[in-house]
Design a protein around this ligand. Structure first.
Ligand SMILES: Cc1cc2nc3c(=O)[nH]c(=O)nc-3n(C[C@H](O)[C@H](O)[C@H](O)COP(=O)(O)OP(=O)(O)OC[C@H]3O[C@@H](n4cnc5c(N)ncnc54)[C@H](O)[C@@H]3O)c2cc1C
Length: 505
């Protein structure tokens, strides 16, 4: 059992107080911070630089409905991709809000790709029945974050701490009241009656992931220690097409490449997706990932072919992908792209309602760390930037409706019996990644999940007695906490659903 707090701290009358603290500078944290009333004093913290996050890596785009057109089709596609495990009310509300999100993004001057007439251009990805994804070539996330950072710089009411690590949320009787941070290796307590977790995904729990190196599931672990309910933790999305070159990081080859006509082949030159799903290469991600995984199990390699598309179009539409592959000695206009599935996204997380409220009062969760009910058992492509923006905005609106409270601050010291240790935390991290990559990947076996659960619980017991006096220790504690929750949930769900494929052996 892990302690309630993983580090000691002191609250004093001099502790800084904010009307709201937002943890995370991805799309969800930025939308929350930028839309909280300008009269309120806000602190935004980010554990790396402001643009190191999964939002910045998004290539495909944002799935939206303009002027209320075809809402029902977008709802249907989202439900189908999510194996109908989604919450209908949340799906409808998110898609209905997309109009407002597009207006805000355009107000922040984000230069989306447009037709000569000035209308927005739309693309398509797997599982979408029509073209509804707005994009900025294949750098949509990078460009959105650049313009949100520019907007942030205009706001005098928002203080920013970058390279600052959030350790734990302070609570009193299920009410959040502050945060312990590690700022420049100095521990500090900051107080607030509104705390927004926007800490992103869990990619670092796996050996291979498309995610940024910030993705340890910190916010989910912090919320768990604070007593917040987690939900749908078994649903991890594996992206079918990461660039598969040994020794390189797993770079994403966006689904939009298949959306624009890219075709999957195995090393026998077969279009294997034709036999698997009516949507073929554009079947939902869980289906394509599993199919590619099975090809590798049979001893085949898998490739994505775009050689039949116009060369200049490829370079112009997918400059990031073209250049990255070229730097790795693959000219995608002339050669096949080797691809394999890797961890990509997390549908589970901190349970929230339609206002992004968690089950702990004053604590909100938005974006990939939240489980809103939008995605169900598998996320529809390009619905996550939308979710981050919609729920960031919804959290902000809820906070705006609250009175600014003027609580009295009492000095308080938390000290536990934890001791310092010199365990090799890099090695512990490797063990976690091995367990998750071997036993909680695309096909899960009941007996292996059971073994993993024992191994993870042993790791928790080994490290629970130590004080987290470094950021690395905190991250590893968070990783083991979230891994344990994923494995327990995967073991509890006995039938395959969406991204969770279970074999009872
Ligand atoms: C390669 C790639 C391509 C993608 N393409 C698309 C796409 O085309 N369309 C789409 O809709 N989705 C896409 N996604 C998914 C989407 O980008 C993410 O789900 C979304 O951006 C998550 O946003 P977020 O705000 O929740 O988290 P992030 O953008 O990951 O931001 C998390 C923030 O939390 C901070 N943080 C984390 N822990 C701490 C801590 N302990 N203390 C302080 N700060 C902390 C980080 O520093 C970071 O600023 C893609 C994802 C990847 C990886």
């Amino acid at each position: 059992m892990l302690n309630r707090y993983i580090t000691n701290f002191i609250v004093t009358k001099n502790s800084k107080k904010y009307d709201a603290i937002v943890i995370g500078s991805g799309i969800s944290g930025m939308f929350a911070a930028l839309n909280i009333d300008k009269k309120k004093k806000i602190l935004l913290i980010s554990k790396s630089n402001l643009s190191n996050n999964n939002s910045n890596l998004a290539q495909g785009g944002v799935a939206v409905t303009i002027k209320g057109k075809n809402i029902q089709d977008h709802v249907d596609d989202t439900l189908k991709a999510g194996s109908f495990h989604n919450e209908l009310e949340v799906v409808k509300a998110t898609i209905e809000d997309s109009n407002e999100i597009v207006d805000l993004l355009l107000e922040y001057n984000v230069p989306f790709d447009k037709e000569e007439s000035g209308n927005l251009l739309f693309t398509k990805e797997g599982g979408h029945s029509s073209r509804r994804i707005i994009h900025a070539r294949d750098k949509t996330g990078e460009i959105i974050i650049e313009y949100l950072i520019a907007e942030l710089a205009k706001r005098d009411n928002i203080a920013v701490y970058d390279n600052c690590f959030a350790i734990d949320i302070l609570t009193n009787k299920n009410v959040a009241s502050g945060l312990v941070i590690d700022n420049d290796s100095k521990k500090e307590v900051i107080l607030s009656n509104n705390i927004v977790l926007a800490t992103g995904g869990i990619g670092n729990l796996f050996i291979n992931s498309t995610n940024s190196d910030i993705s340890n599931g910190d916010g989910i672990a912090m919320a768990k220690r604070a007593g917040a309910e987690l939900y749908d933790m078994e649903f991890v999305q594996f992206h079918p097409t990461a660039l598969n070159i040994a020794g390189t990081n797993k770079f994403l080859i966006s689904e939009a490449v298949r959306g624009e006509g890219g075709i999957l082949y195995n090393s026998q030159n077969e279009r294997f997706m034709e036999k698997i799903h009516p949507l073929k290469d554009l079947a939902p991600r869980d289906v394509v990932s599993k199919a590619i995984y099975m090809e590798y199990k049979k001893g085949n390699e898998v490739y994505l072919d775009v050689r039949h598309l116009d060369n200049e179009y490829i370079k112009d539409r997918f400059p990031k992908i073209y250049n990255h592959c070229y730097e790795n000695n693959i000219d995608i206009t002339k050669e096949l792209i080797p691809v394999a599935p890797v961890q990509h996204y997390f549908m589970g997380g901190i349970k929230t309602d339609l206002s992004a409220k968690t089950t702990v009062e004053n604590l909100y969760a938005v974006g990939e760390c939240a489980r809103t009910g939008l995605h169900g058992a598998n996320r529809l492509a390009s619905n996550s930037l939308l979710e981050g923006a919609v729920f960031g905005l919804r959290a902000a609106k809820h906070i705006n409706e609250k009175e600014i409270s003027k609580d009295k601050i009492n000095n308080y010291e938390y000290k536990n019996e934890l001791v310092c240790d010199e365990s090799d935390y890099e090695l512990l991290e490797k063990k976690i990644k091995n367990i998750m990559s071997e036993n909680a990947f695309i096909i899960r076996k009941e007996n292996e999940l059971l073994e993993s659960s024992e191994a993870i619980n042993k790791l928790i017991n080994d490290i629970a007695k130590y004080n987290c006096d470094t950021r690395k220790k905190c991250e590893v504690i968070n990783m083991v906490t979230v891994s344990s929750e994923i494995i327990e949930s995967a073991y509890s769900r006995k039938e395959s659903l969406g991204s969770h494929n279970i074999e009872n052996v």
